[in-house]
Design a protein around this ligand. Sequence first.
Ligand code: SF4
Length: 344
Amino acid sequence: MQKTDLKNLSLRETKDLFLELGEKEYRGEQVFNFIHKNMETSISKITALSKTLRDKLEKNYTIGDISILERYDSKIDDTKKYLFLLEDGNIIESVAMKYKYGTSACISTQVGCRMGCVFCASTKEGLVRNLTPGEILSEVYNIQKDLNTKLSNIVLMGSGEPLDNYENVIKFLNILHNSKGQNFGYRNVTLSTCGVVPKIYKLADEDIPITLSISLHSPFDEERKKIMPIGNKYKIEEILAACYYYIEKTNRRVTFEYTVINGVNDRKEDLEELSRILKGLLCHVNLIPLNPIEEYNKTKASGNAIKEFKNGLNQNGIATTIRREMGSDINAACGQLRRKYVKG
Ligand code: SF4
């Protein structure tokens, strides 16, 4: 029989488990605290529990973990890219980036992805499987332990579409936020989606004020469909309506990610249409220089073209920034490193 991973349980579930085992409820809280605050990974080390109870637990339960397979350190900046090995042999990647305000991590929510965005290396072999809440938490805990620091921000923007692994991602967020664990502020978490409209509405109703980030990449449906197949299912208009709802419910500004691709989405008409559709929306545009992958032979727009695009948006009243390129010497674009490693 497969052992149950205690890292996947919420505080309530952990307490209930101990009640079912005929133990006091507070034992559940001790274990939750041990796993999620102390980030410990072995039941035998929970010395707050008697040896007999630990032995009993170890028969049917475990604390799952992932391990660092490789760490690549950028020589240009302080970016660190991790390849993590999962217990079933799958590999995922995460990135830690140092900013003035602290260290931010970009983490994965799935092994692979089925969304098929053409510029993305994570999707080339499709979706392998969803990550469990415990595995997503393990990315955070391993990075924090490795860097001996508490992360200031977490971005769900690594491999996978977070809203395609909805239940596990919500549980991950709840456990991460719990005051008996990491007590991590929702406001310091950003969830990036390619635009799974019904799930954006669902997320808005969860009452968890994280930042929603939409991968837009083109203001025209026809163009967007060519680079993001999800565009065949949901129109930009529908995504924007979901964003209005999200803002109304959470009072949070929505971010639009826009990878600037030379000659594809950096034209005058793109600028005008983008300004038109975002007018009046509580939002922010993040322009990203394209990080080329082998399978997508487009070039990134020049630094000047990106600056001009930014100035144009700003002049039209749309708050816009250009994302700093981080770790460009270590294949920091989503999915590139894992793919290289797996392909050998
Ligand atoms: S950009 Fe995100 S949603 Fe699109 S294929 Fe890559 S991981 Fe999936």
